[in-house]
Design a protein around this ligand. Structure first.
Ligand code: IPE
Ligand code: IPE
Ligand code: MG
Length: 252
């Protein structure tokens, strides 16, 4: 296990995104219903958020519920929504204690009204916090987000507010729900699945991907340290050659 002191504090990713997966399998392994796994996933969220805040990570985005997750059995969706309300209410204090600012991306309007209201309340209560920004991806999918951006851009071009020639990477990013948030340098997925499942497709163009077999309810800050340590061993080349990248580091 890696401890915090082994990390290079000068080279922390500013933004870490996590696909929290494996709750159902964790519960099944213990002979329990899937919802038991979701409930136990809350401790993993708390410890990861506290660990990230303590390290000085600026943004942590957690994929909590995808657009496609609406297709799960009604009882599971209902249980997840009530867990979300309870967790937001119970954990707002943890966020305040850790100077964490809450934000959300996704189709928040599509959430049950009590979930959306509680979420907005917690976002408001934490809005002056200056530490970690915790972004919850709820009823989120990257294709939903991209289509929404394209529609808004098309409307603005049609009404003459935007010129086609102005559309570049920066302009496009400004139409996404993540417009205030830098792209993640590191994307973690738990549970051994090696796929993206419609998460942040535009934003992860150059993210480092880290897959672990740990099931989400077992994930703790030490697992986060391990992912960061792995990230810190990588050479990010952005299309350049290794020589070019190391020259740049030496000339700093
Ligand atoms: C992740 O765990 C939580 C959500 C997607 C809401 P899963 O519920 O997907 O757990 P597995 O993948 O079935 O084990
Ligand atoms: C991705 O997990 C969505 C979240 C973690 C919220 P899923 O468990 O829904 O993904 P697939 O269906 O296995 O790709
Ligand atoms: Mg899953």
């Amino acid at each position: 296990m890696i401890n915090k002191e082994q990390l290079d504090i000068e080279r922390l990713p500013a933004h870490i995104a996590i696909i929290m997966d494996g709750n159902g399998r964790w519960a099944k392994k213990k002979g329990n219903p899937r919802v038991f796994g979701h409930k136990n996933g809350v401790a993993a969220v708390r410890d990861t958020v506290e660990g990230a805040a303590e390290l000085g990570i600026k943004y942590l985005t957690l994929y909590a519920f995808s657009t496609e997750n609406w297709n799960r059995p009604r009882t599971e969706v209902d249980a997840l929504m009530s867990l979300l309300v309870n967790t937001i209410n119970k954990e707002t204090k943890t966020l305040l204690d850790n100077n964490v600012r809450l934000a959300a991306i996704g189709d928040i309007e599509s959430l049950p009204s009590n979930v959306a209201a509680n979420l907005r309340g917690a976002i408001d209560k934490t809005k002056t916090n200056t530490g970690l920004t915790l972004v919850l991806a709820l009823s989120y999918s990257a294709r939903w987000e991209i289509i929404k951006a394209v529609k808004n851009i098309a409307e603005e071009v049609k009404s003459g507010k935007l010129n086609v020639s102005e559309i570049d990477n920066t302009t496009f990013s400004n139409y996404l729900t993540t417009k205030e948030i830098p792209d993640p340098e590191l994307l973690i997925r738990t549970s051994g699945e090696s796929r993206i499942s419609n998460f942040l497709l535009w934003q992860i163009a150059y993210s480092e991907l880290y897959f672990t077999h740990v099931l989400w309810p077992d994930f703790r800050r030490e697992n986060l340290y391990e992912a960061i340590a792995d990230y810190q061993c990588r050479e990010r080349r952005f299309g350049k050659t290794s020589d070019q990248v190391s020259e740049k580091i030496q000339s700093k």
